[in-house]
Design a protein around this ligand. Sequence first.
Ligand code: ZN
Ligand code: ZN
Length: 124
Amino acid sequence: MKPANCKICGKVFLKSSFDICPDCVKKEQELIRNINDYCFNKEVVTLEEIGKEFNEPMKKLEKFLLDRKLVQIMDKLEMTCKACGVKYRILNEGRLYCKICYDKLETELARSGFEQNKDPYSKY
Ligand SMILES: [Zn+2]
Ligand SMILES: [Zn+2]
C-alpha cells in the first residue's frame, strides 16, 4: 500500500485496490444502496431520474454503470443512446449506446487499435 490522493475528495490515504479513500468508498456504497432501494418498486427508471432524485451528476452515474456498480437495477434502466438518441433497455450490459451504435463504435475502435499497433511510435 502506498499513500495516494483520493480521486474524489483529494484526501491522502493508503491506496489498496481502490483509487478513492475509505470514506468516499463508504459514501459511494451508501449512495448505490439508496439508488437500489429507490428503484426497487419501479418497472422502468432512467439515469436522468436517478440523477434528479439524488442530486448526482450524470457523469458519476454513467461511471457507476460502466463500472458495473448498478447491476441490481440494470434490467430496469431505460437509456437514451449517446450517439443517435434512440431509447433502449440495457438489460444486463453496461452501455451508453444502443446496440447499433455500440457495434459501429466497436468496429471503429478495433480499427484504430489495429493502426496503432502497426506503428507503435506514431504518437511521438
Ligand atoms: Zn475521499
Ligand atoms: Zn444509437
